[in-house]
Design a binder for this molecule. Structure first.
Ligand code: AMP
Length: 356
C-alpha cells in the first residue's frame, strides 16, 4: 500500500506534552522518527523526540517548514487553530482528519454530531445571552452545567447552575464566551472506550475502562469496568460508530456516562487519551502504538486485554510518592516535568491486579 509509511519516515506531532512524549516513544519502537511542534520551551516530548520546532501556532513560516519536513502530521491535543491546520494540510496529510477536529473543538457541534448519529447525550442548548440562558433553563431545568463551547478541558470553563437565580453569575463567570447549557446526567459511573480506526477502515476498540475524576481531573482508570457483557459491547459499538461516521484515522477517546437508561455520550477526544494509559500494561499493543500504526497506514495491532489494571495519575505533589511506588513492582511513567504545580499531570502508575 503506497500510503504505508516505511522505516525511518518522519511523523510530525502538534503538541509536546506527555501524550506527544509517549507517542514519540511508541513511534521510535516501530522505526519512525518524530518531529514535535510546540510553542512552549523544554516540553516533555522534546526529551525523547528526534527533532523539535519551538514556535507559535501563528508562525506561518515555521508551520510550513515543519509540514514540509515530515511525512504525516498528527496531534496530541484538539485545540490546534484552524488557520494553522490549513497551512499544514497544504503540505502533508493530517490524521485524524479535519472533521473530527472541528467537531470536537466545539461542544455544540459535538453534541449535534452525536445526536445526528442517534446517540444519547445530555439535553443541551446553545447559549450566548441572558435571554437564551433563561429559555434553556426553562426547557432543561436545574441542576445544569454551563460550559464554554470551546477550549474547555479538565473541568475548566464550566460552572454548575443549581437554581435559576444563579444564571446571571454563571454567565458572568464564562465572560461572555459562547456557551452550551447541559442538563446534569444522573449517572452511576463514568467509563471510556479507546477506539482505533486504520487507514483501511478497520476498527479495533479496547475494553472499556472505569474512570474516577477528582476536581475535574482524571484520578484513576480501572479495567475491567464494572459492566455487563452486553453493556461492554454496547459501549464498544458506540465508539466504533463514531470513528466510522467521522472517517477517522487514529485513536479516539470516547467518554460515556453509565445510566439506568443506557449509555450517554459525554464527549470524545480525537487523540490518545489519559484514560487509555492502562493499555501500556494491560495489552500487547498499547494506545500509543495503535495510533502510530493507524496514522502510518499500518494494520492495527492486537489490543486484547491480557491483565486487569488500575491506572493512577500522579498529579502535582503526588510526585513525592515516586520513590515509594518504585519499590512496589508497579509500572511507572514519568513525564520529565521539572515543576510539580497543583493539578499538573506529572506521571502515572499502572498496577496489574490480576490476569484478565
Ligand atoms: P467534561 O469536561 O465535559 O468532560 O466534564 C468533566 C466532568 O464533569 C465529567 O467527567 C463529569 O464527571 C462531569 N460532567 C460533565 N458534564 C456533565 C453532565 N452533563 N452531567 C453530569 N456530569 C457532568
Amino acid at each position: 500500500m503506497s500510503d504505508r509509511l516505511a522505516a525511518g519516515a518522519i511523523i510530525g506531532i502538534l503538541g509536546g506534552g506527555q501524550l506527544g512524549r509517549m507517542l514519540s516513544v511508541a513511534a521510535a519502537r516501530l522505526g519512525f522518527r518524530c518531529h514535535i511542534y510546540e510553542p512552549g520551551a523544554d516540553c516533555p516530548a522534546a526529551h525523547v523526540a528526534w527533532r523539535t520546532t519551538t514556535a507559535a501556532y501563528e508562525d506561518a513560516a515555521a508551520l510550513r517548514a515543519f509540514a514540509r519536513a515530515v511525512d504525516v502530521v498528527t496531534y496530541e491535543f484538539e485545540n490546534v487553530p484552524a488557520e494553522a491546520l490549513d497551512l499544514i494540510e497544504a503540505e502533508a496529510p493530517v490524521r485524524p482528519g479535519r472533521r473530527a477536529l472541528s467537531v470536537s473543538q466545539d461542544r455544540l457541534t459535538e453534541k449535534e454530531f452525536l445526536s445526528d448519529l442517534g446517540l444519547a447525550t445530555a439535553p443541551f442548548a446553545a447559549v450566548s445571552t441572558a435571554a437564551e440562558l433563561a429559555l434553556a433553563l426553562d426547557r432543561i431545568g436545574t441542576p445544569a452545567i454551563l460550559k464554554t463551547r470551546r477550549l474547555g478541558y479538565d473541568g475548566k470553563g464550566q460552572v454548575r447552575i443549581t437554581t435559576p437565580g444563579e444564571a446571571a453569575a454563571a454567565l458572568a463567570t464564562l465572560g461572555g464566551r459562547p456557551a452550551i447549557l447541559e442538563g446534569v446526567v444522573d449517572f452511576s459511573s463514568e467509563v471510556s472506550v479507546i477506539a482505533a480506526r486504520g487507514l483501511d477502515g478497520s476498527v479495533a476498540c479496547y475494553d472499556p475502562g472505569e474512570n474516577v475524576h477528582e476536581g475535574g481531573i482524571l484520578r484513576k482508570t480501572t479495567v475491567p469496568a464494572q459492566l455487563t457483557a452486553s453493556q461492554r459491547s454496547d459501549a464498544v459499538l458506540i465508539a466504533a460508530r463514531m470513528v466510522t461516521a467521522l472517517d477517522y484515522v487514529g485513536v479516539m477517546g470516547v467518554e460515556l456516562f453509565v445510566t439506568a437508561g443506557g449509555f450517554v455520550v459525554n464527549e470524545f477526544a480525537p487523540r490518545v487519551h489519559n484514560s487509555g494509559h492502562w493499555t501500556q500494561t494491560g495489552c500487547v499493543i498499547d494506545q500509543f502504538e495503535q495510533h502510530v500504526r493507524a496514522i502510518a497506514g499500518w494494520p492495527l495491532g492486537n489490543g486484547a486485554r491480557h491483565s486487569n489494571v488500575v491506572m493512577e495519575n500522579l498529579i502535582g505533589a503526588d510526585i513525592a510518592r515516586v520513590a515509594e511506588i518504585a519499590t512496589t513492582g508497579a509500572a511507572l511513567h514519568l513525564y520529565g516535568k521539572a515543576e510539580a504545580r497543583p493539578g499538573r499531570k506529572m506521571g502515572h502508575v499502572n498496577r496489574i491486579t490480576g490476569p484478565a
